[in-house]
Design a protein around this ligand. Sequence first.
Ligand SMILES: [Zn+2]
Length: 473
Amino acid sequence: MLTITAALSLALAVAAAPSAVEKSTLSPDAFSSALSVDGIMSHLQAFAGFAAAGVNRAHGTSGYNASADYVAKVAEQAGLKVSRQSVLEELGQVTIGQLTVNGVVYESPTVVLDAYTNATEVGGSAGELVSLPGSGCEQEDFAGTDGKVVLVMLGECDDNAKVFNSMQAKNLAIILYGDVAPAANPYVEVPGRFVVPVVLHTGISTAQELLGQIENGTVDALVNVQIESVMVPGDNVVAQTSWGSQEKVIMFGAHLDSVQAGPGINDNGSGSATLLEMVKQLANFNHAEYAIRFGWWAAEERGLHGSKQYVQQLSESERDQIAAYINLDMTGSPNYKLGVQDNSNSAGQNPPWISVPAGSVAIERILQEAFRSDGQNSVPTPVSSASDHASFMAMGIPSGYLESGAGARKTALEAELFGGVAGERYDSCYHQLCDNMNNVSPDALIHNARAAGRAMAILANDISAIEEEQRSG
Ligand SMILES: [Zn+2]
């Protein structure tokens, strides 16, 4: 027997049913104007929270896994069919990470290993502990430190520059220190993959303790770092509309992982969150000619591994079903450009060794036109294998790519077209700890979202321009 409340809720459900029918055919204007920057920001906020809880959002961290769960949940709630594929990555697990100075052992959490570190021989290696006369930004700061353990303060230049100088000077180890005691990554690189010394981090109080000892005379240090290689899983998440022909699909993708150095809010929380906002708004539509599919890729920062695995496990006919793939990677750069991959090679800057599948020029034109419809300029960016669209292009799938710029510097022309500062980096926090919620431009996010959304709605109803190019190509 039904209770009164159950009967009432049934009646309400019936009364509410007509609103479902009010859903409409996907149209470029309606869809692109429904996208909101607040929606994108709310997903970025969620990613930032996962990164904080799991050190970062790199492959193998709880920050990554929570991001994948979140993406799957949002897509399911929007009514899409969601599937996941496990991607295995070889990573290093630290079994011993110790610095011993005058009989005192320093290890995690006081002294932690960088994600890019080498191991030592079994039992450890000995060397004198020294501090540098300068910042470590210049090679000459490291003069005479061959085989030594070098203590260097962070700042003045990129950490990587100091590690590079340390490597050139053939240090046994470099210990970078700053105000904030660093968190230990759950995994590091497999040793030997990069030619680096042992790279350690510590906070100011431990550094002062060590500097005090150096002042008192020669200090011998023993560095013992042992790393075991392990296979670590992380999921690709793929979601597709249940409406539209399932025989041809329009696909969008973004990598979901960050590097180990930071939370990856612009790289590539931005692209991932934009796809989520598109997914959410799709819930208000229920018809288009072709189905729409989204992919959030694992392990991009480790070599496009998630997207590569995805395209490789598709059968040939499944690959043919993907009429277009459009990739979003770093779409919120603070000093942004609005870049569309130059599939037509209009600027003549494309590397000759990357082949562009027929149909891709049509995608470029649609993306350029989409920016124009939003009152925005765009600039051609050279075809590149720097993100997941390269996995699709390698399989002959027509592809496009939106990006607002990484570590390179903005040109004068771009400053004229988009505002911002010429000569400065598009993203000065690229692959760094400061790639956080302060590191995105809302304008860049929304313009890229509207262009992607408009292109999606156009292509979901009409792929004739792509097919035409394929026939004549
Ligand atoms: Zn990226």
